[in-house]
Structures are given as C-alpha cells and as structure tokens.
Design a protein. Structure first.
Length: 336
C-alpha cells in the first residue's frame, strides 16, 4: 500500500474541495440548461412562445430562458449551500440520531480525546454519542467550530481503552487531513443535484402526461405525445448519468482516505494492533438502524451496511463502495 505524507493528503483534499466547489455548480447549471432543451423538444415554454414538438430545439428560447433563470438557480443553490455549511453539524446529528456527550457523563472518552488532541497539537473537537448497541464511529465538520467525533454506546461498552484510543485517533486524523470538510461539501452538492434531477423529472412527467392526454384524438398530436414521452425517457437517462458522475466523484474521494486515517491513527495512538483489533470488532457489528442514507454512511469508520468480516469484496462491490475492504485494512495495520 503506497502512503503519502499528511501534508500531501491535506493539500490533495484542499484541491479536491476547490474542484468540488467548481464542478458541482457547473454540473447543476448543465442540468438546468438540459431541462430547458427538453422543454423545447416537448414544445413547452414558460412564456407560451415555444414551437410545437417537431424534433427541433428552439435554441433562442432555450438560451434566453436559461439566462433568465440563472439568478434564481444560483441564488437558490447558494442559499442552500450556505444553510448547509453553517448547519451541517445539526443535520448530521439529526440524520444519525446523535446527541452531545457531556464530560460528566463519560470522562473516560474525554480523557482519551484530550490526550490524543494534545499529542496531535490540535483543538479539542466536540464529542457526540449515538445510543445504539452496534459498534461504529465517525468524524464530521468543516471548521474548528463544527469538528465533531461521534461514537456509539455499543462501541464504548465493547472496546477497551487502547482500542477506543485507536478509533478516536483514526477519526481525529480525518479531521487533521480535512477529509471531513471534503466529504461534507460533497454530501451537500450531491444532495442539491439529486433534488434538481428529481424536480426536473417530475416536471417533465407532468408535461408529458398533460401532452398525451390533450392529444389523444389527433394523429399528429399523438405523434407529438409520443415524442414527448421519448424526451421524458431521455431526461431520465440524462438524470441517471448526472447522478452517476456525482456518485463517482464522491466515491473517488472516499477510498484512500480510510487507509490514510488508519495510518495516521496508528501513529497517533502508537498502537496499530489496537486499532486493528477495534476494526475487527466493529466489522462484526457495524450496522446502525437510524443510518439509511449512503451519503451519511460514508462518514463512518466502517460502512454501517458493510459485508461481514472475512467475506471480502467482489470487483463491482469494491467499485461502488465508499470504504475499502475492512479485512485488508486490518492486514495492513498488522504489518506495521
């Protein structure tokens, strides 16, 4: 396994974050423009001036409508991103059912986190807990005010101090490497694109249904209705492609970050075998009932719906997985 230094990883994540901030808005605008192209093919215009369906695109109307909608699209996406940026911690807590863990409730965890942060020379993150007997943990946040380490009650009960320190060191390394900032940014934009695709497809579905029902008595209009249905199918195909590329972008971010966090966590806690032992225990019981969304699940040290330990991953499973194979991670840690 080829590793790079922490500063190289931080630099890489910073560049990827900038790329996300540029590529996802560009992809969003592309989806909006394609939506107007499909509307024109359907013979629909918001101002009532589009030509009927004839297989041709009214480019003048498409470009004009797109330019007119730009302030609304950019404004809506910007507001959405700003809200998600400042309230991402609350959103993640709501999605996972996490609650703030006070020092008096579990001084053991606070002592471990404090010792590791002092060793790493970093600020103390917030600590949350998920009331679940399963074993898992994750780090989240995009800045010092929102950086958080979350653990489950099952993890606290099953792991000994050395194993718990290894897991927490792994999560602190995610924060140091700015993996969490990159992932939260990715989650926000994938959510925006998914919503835009869903709204566009539903709008086109309504347009196609209306066109088909109003043209049932005329052969030419029936051809138009058939063309509209074809356009609707094309819209679904384009939406799938856009969502697929958004997912690939997110998955491309996820893989090596776990190996890097394992290496950094092992170095920070000084006990690679303890982290390997913790991963082995977590891989037997990683599932959390409240975690249904895959974008949130990718934050965890082991994916909540991961395959059982020892089964390994097939090619396609590995291709679309947000985490590398846990058994392989354990083997690498045991070779340290």
């Amino acid at each position: 396994m080829k590793y790079v230094g922490m500063y190289t990883q931080v630099s890489r994540n910073n560049k990827l974050t900038i790329m996300l901030l540029l590529s996802f808005p560009a992809l969003t605008l592309l989806m909006v423009w394609l939506f107007y192209v499909l509307l024109s093919l359907c013979g629909v215009a918001l101002d009532g001036n589009a030509e009927q369906v004839g297989g041709n695109v009214n480019w003048t109307w498409v470009n004009g409508a797109f330019i007119d909608s730009l302030p609304w699209v950019v404004g809506t996406v910007s507001v959405w991103f700003v809200i998600a940026y400042f309230f991402n911690a609350s959103m993640v807590k709501a999605a996972t059912g996490a609650k703030t863990l006070e020092r008096r409730e579990n001084p053991r965890v606070y002592n471990i986190v404090e010792n590791l942060t002092m060793t790493a020379g970093m600020d103390m993150p917030k600590i949350n807990v998920v009331d679940d007997p399963q074993l898992n943990a994750f780090a989240s946040g995009i800045d010092r005010k929102s950086y958080t380490v979350t653990v489950t009650t099952g993890l606290l009960k099953v792991l000994n101090d050395d194993e718990l320190a290894g897991v927490i060191a792994h999560e602190l390394t995610h924060i140091r490497n700015r993996d969490t900032r990159l992932l939260i940014t990715s989650i926000i934009f994938v959510g925006i694109i998914t919503t835009i695709i869903q709204v566009s497809i539903r709008s086109l579905f309504w347009i196609v249904s209306d066109s088909s029902s109003s043209s049932s008595d005329d052969d030419d209009d029936n051809n138009n209705g058939g063309a509209a249905i074809l356009v609707f199918l094309i819209a679904i195909f384009l939406g799938i492609i856009a969502y697929f590329f958004a997912l690939l972008t997110r998955f491309a971010i996820s893989r090596k970050r776990e190996y890097m966090a394992d290496a950094g966590g092992a170095e920070l806690c000084g006990n690679p075998l303890a982290l390997a032992s913790a991963l082995r225990k977590i891989s037997d019981r990683p599932g959390l009932k409240k975690v249904k969304r895959d974008d949130v699940a990718q934050l965890f040290i082991v994916h909540p719906q991961a395959l059982s330990r020892g089964k390994g991953m097939g090619f396609f499973t590995s291709l679309f997985s947000t985490h590398p194979d846990t058994q392989k991670r354990i083997e690498i840690l045991e070779q340290f």
